[in-house]
Design a protein around this ligand. Sequence first.
Ligand SMILES: CC(C)(COP(=O)(O)OP(=O)(O)OC[C@H]1O[C@@H](n2cnc3c(N)ncnc32)[C@H](O)[C@@H]1OP(=O)(O)O)[C@@H](O)C(=O)NCCC(=O)NCCS
Length: 367
Amino acid sequence: MSRADQQEDLRLVAYADRYRSSVLDLFRSVPYKAAIWHWEFESSPTGKSFDPILIVNSDDRVVGFNGIIPVSATSQGKPLDLAWSCDFYVAKDYRGQGVGSWLKKELDSRASVILAFGVSDQADRVLSHLGWTQPTVVHSFRLTRQWRSVRGLALRGLQWFNCVMGWLNPSVYRGTLSVQERLPGPEEVDALWHLAEADYEAVITRDYRYLDWRYQRHPCARYGFVVARRNGQLDGLMVVRYGQRSLKLIDYCGPAHNTALKRALIRFCRSHWRHAEHFSVTTSDPELGQCAVREGFFQARSKPRFFMRRVSGKQEGGKQRGQRGQRGQRGEGGEGVEYPENPHWFIMTGDSDGEMLQAAAEFSLGY
Ligand SMILES: CC(C)(COP(=O)(O)OP(=O)(O)OC[C@H]1O[C@@H](n2cnc3c(N)ncnc32)[C@H](O)[C@@H]1OP(=O)(O)O)[C@@H](O)C(=O)NCCC(=O)NCCS
């Protein structure tokens, strides 16, 4: 029982349609939440049902919410019992009373491993306090073609230095690259992913079903796909989004290790989007980061926060003793899977729910 629960009659409730407007009311300062709601939560590519955590007060008003993004994940090709936390939010008048801790405690019953990416300053303090850890560091890399400020000029100097280092360490990719408005077909994408996934220590499943949902079915965002082929076969792909004269390299699907391919994808983006003034890629993959630097990017100071919680006393891939066994959110596909001690998570911008909202915001402005 939380402190807030003791003060007022607050209770945990199962999600029902009648709570939707009350939840959206919580997020009234977050534009486009309503526009992406159905797609984000109720059209799961994994087939999982929408089962967020809700706390309501005595008037049945939602005062605390924690969403779960419907994704699957694997470790070296084996399914993980995972919940991807998003939209952790407590009504202003209920903050600092333990409602946030209660939501997170309840989240513990949903999976063996819980992740959150793109965590706010406030949530950073709360999650650290509650024992969440930051096992994998995520870096941002940027490239600017803007030279109108002193800082812009200095950064261009650094970019030139990185380019020269890249020329001194050349890599040759013997395939062809092109940009497409649609993903390649399901068979090709799945073949690529299933060949690659065993080499990732821990990763969100980037099969066709997921990529299609995430990037082609977003109701108010448009993504592009840079596709690499060798001997006619799909070798790798990069998901990108252009807006506000910036090109963002949002996601990557392909082999875990292949410097020549990753550099070729980044180089292609640079030359194809000649009119872009800024480029950015955010990733936990040191190889992709190094490839970006070799292609002239610089490492930015900001590090988006990626948090993880491993629930102790939870049976891997199975149900936590005595808790919420009937809801069927846990254990799906995770039977008997051991979570490795300290896996390196492959994370990119596309793994953040913040990107879903930002894409919608920029799209609505016509970028
Ligand atoms: C982040 C948020 C959900 C936290 O909810 P909350 O109900 O205020 O959190 P709690 O009262 O349960 O606090 C959780 C714990 O963190 C601690 N904590 C809270 N704020 C803290 C702070 N600023 N510094 C250090 N510790 C803090 C509390 O002391 C508490 O620990 P305790 O139970 O041992 O006392 C809430 O502040 C919020 O909705 N913020 C705006 C939206 C947001 O940033 N969401 C996160 C998106 S990633």
